[in-house]
Design a binder for this molecule. Structure first.
Ligand code: ASP
Length: 318
């Protein structure tokens, strides 16, 4: 299979960032270098033939939005539908990479690989990590049998369902928690340790169709995240309810526990028609449901991924 069958979509991030000094790994501006330039800067790619590249966005991923996601999903679906496309690589910032991964996995549910590539150091760094990550991402996209949305960072392949950013500056910044990674990229070859990710069957069908066909909702249902902590109250929930919030994800403590005042406010909001999901602020593990739970748990999704799931469900009218 020729490398012409790999599409590389650019969205910005530190991988496309520049700093004034090569020794500066943190004082940079993200999203400065075009995806074509990123690809051209990787010598092994020159021998392997041209890629289809497209700049879908050029942003610091801290500013990611549903509008960009909808555009990205539409382009991903467009290329996935082409029989000669083997896989898609997306260059992306690390800050919200796990959210984009979950969104694309839920909405596009690709049978082909969609691989997010990122970097913790800007393109101008003395030892940038972006080129190796991009090279590794292409190796994953070309791997026969690869499927679903994954992220590649520091030689490790993470599933969209499990990946989380866990470090603020180290190049190996991602983790898959209890599930562990899908595999590793070793000198261009893959060593797989578990299956490729499969999207939840209950993903919101109407939302998927709307986004896939490019019909972008005028208004995305507002879903906010609130956190349980010592001294938590119901004030934030009440304020959001007064503003017409449609859904709330609570980043609960431990196995889904909530301060009694916050719990009372959430129960009241749920009774008034606000959709509520209970996730945990713990990095590992999931909220284990118990009989009689009134506030449903997030079925293992982290707070940020549960928020996306709730937006899609509300969009679908579920
Ligand atoms: N703020 C940057 C971004 O998410 C961080 C990064 O890419 O590492 O776009």
């Amino acid at each position: 299979m020729s490398l012409q069958n790999i599409v590389i979509l650019g969205t910005g991030g530190t991988i496309a960032g520049t700093a004034a000094s090569t020794s500066d790994n943190i004082g940079y501006t993200a999203a400065q270098v075009g995806v074509d330039q990123l690809v051209a800067a990787i010598p092994p790619f020159a021998k392997l033939g041209p890629f289809v590249t497209e700049q879908v966005a050029q942003i610091d991923s801290k500013d990611m939005s549903f509008e960009v996601w909808a555009r990205l999903a539409a382009r991903v679906n467009h290329f996935l539908a082409q029989p000669d496309v083997q896989g898609i690589v997306i260059t992306h910032g690390t800050d919200t990479l796990e959210e984009t991964a979950y969104f694309l996995h839920a909405v596009c549910r690709p049978a082909k690989p969609v691989v997010l590539a990122c970097a913790m150091r800007p393109a101008t760094a003395l030892a940038p990590d972006g080129p190796q990550n991009l090279l590794d991402a292409v190796a994953v996209a070309r791997h026969s049998g690869a499927a679903g949305v994954v992220a590649v960072c520091a030689g490790t392949i993470h599933s969209a369902l499990d990946v989380q950013k866990v470090h603020t500056y180290k190049v190996d910044a991602f983790d898959s928690g209890d599930a562990g990674p899908v595999g590793y990229v070793e000198e261009g070859s893959l060593r797989l340790v578990r299956n490729w990710p499969v999207a939840h069957a209950e993903s919101a069908q109407i939302a998927i169709k709307m986004i896939a066909t490019g019909v972008i909702p005028a208004q995305w249902p507002r879903v906010e995240i609130v956190m349980n902590h010592a001294g938590a109250s119901g004030a934030v929930v009440q304020a959001l309810q007064a503003q017409g919030v449609r859904g709330l994800v609570v980043a609960a403590t431990g196995n889904g526990t909530l301060h009694r005042d916050l719990e009372a406010a959430l129960l009241q909001a749920q009774a008034a028609g606000v959709r509520v999901l209970r996730a945990t602020r713990c990095l590992n593990g999931r909220v284990l449901p118990t009989p009689g739970d009134v506030l449903p748990d997030s079925r293992g999704l982290s707070p940020v991924k549960a928020r996306i799931e709730l937006v899609l469900q509300l969009l679908a009218g579920n």
